[in-house]
Design a protein around this ligand. Structure first.
Ligand SMILES: C[S@@+](CC[C@H](N)C(=O)[O-])C[C@H]1O[C@@H](n2cnc3c(N)ncnc32)[C@H](O)[C@@H]1O
Length: 187
């Protein structure tokens, strides 16, 4: 959506440098499978850059060309293996031609159903989906958009072809969050 692109380009353009990688990602990173990794809604790339430094072959996807340029500049400077793809994830079908991946990460973003439906087919057998975003407790704290919040155990039983490895609710410096880790089954 053009409105999303304008909004996020403005936000990303006002920033420099990169924040540390996400706390849930850092905690659960040892579960990830070596190899290819898709960073969904990658922003300015703090997570994808961290994982590329750890040896992953990263595809970063976002609607913000400004965010993707920040990733590509940092990747070039540090000689990291990151490709970028400018895509409106409300229309995610184009992702299928780049898959399958060994891992998908989604940090601080709630995909629409059409993208969630693609998750099993975006992953190899044994591949991991690591997802962490703000939950409904953040609505009162900061006016977080209720449509973009995660609700208690909302996706615990959602995916037929993904087995749940971890689900947790926690609070970190950024706010109230829910974290999920799934593994693609072999069926
Ligand atoms: C809160 S930021 C999270 C960025 C990154 N995952 C992180 O943790 O730093 C949300 C990101 O989602 C992206 N985004 C929002 N709507 C999108 C859409 N429809 N398609 C693709 N990306 C979108 C924004 O451009 C922004 O970079």
């Amino acid at each position: 959506m053009i409105a999303d692109q304008t909004k996020w380009n403005e936000r990303h353009a006002g920033r420099t440098g990169h924040h540390p990688a996400d706390t849930y990602l850092l905690k659960m990173q040892h579960h990830l499978k070596p190899g290819r990794l898709l960073d969904i809604a990658s922003g300015r790339g703090r997570n994808g850059l961290h994982l590329a430094k750890s040896g992953y072959d990263v595809l970063a996807v976002d609607i913000s060309n400004i965010g993707l340029e920040a990733i590509q500049d940092a990747a070039n400077l540090n000689n990291l293996n990151i490709k970028t793809l400018l895509l409106d994830l409300d229309h995610p079908q184009a992702l299928m031609s780049d898959g399958p991946f060994d891992n998908v990460i989604i940090i601080n973003f709630k995909p629409l159903k059409n993208l969630l439906d693609l998750m099993p087919d975006l992953l190899v057998a044994g591949g991991k989906l690591l997802w962490c975003s703000f939950n409904e407790l953040q609505i009162d704290v900061s006016g977080f958009n209720p449509d973009k919040a995660l609700y208690p155990a909302e996706f615990v039983s959602h995916f037929k072809k993904l087995n749940l490895i971890d689900y947790c609710r926690f609070e970190d410096a950024s706010g109230h969050r829910d974290g999920y880790l799934f593994e693609r089954n072999s069926v």
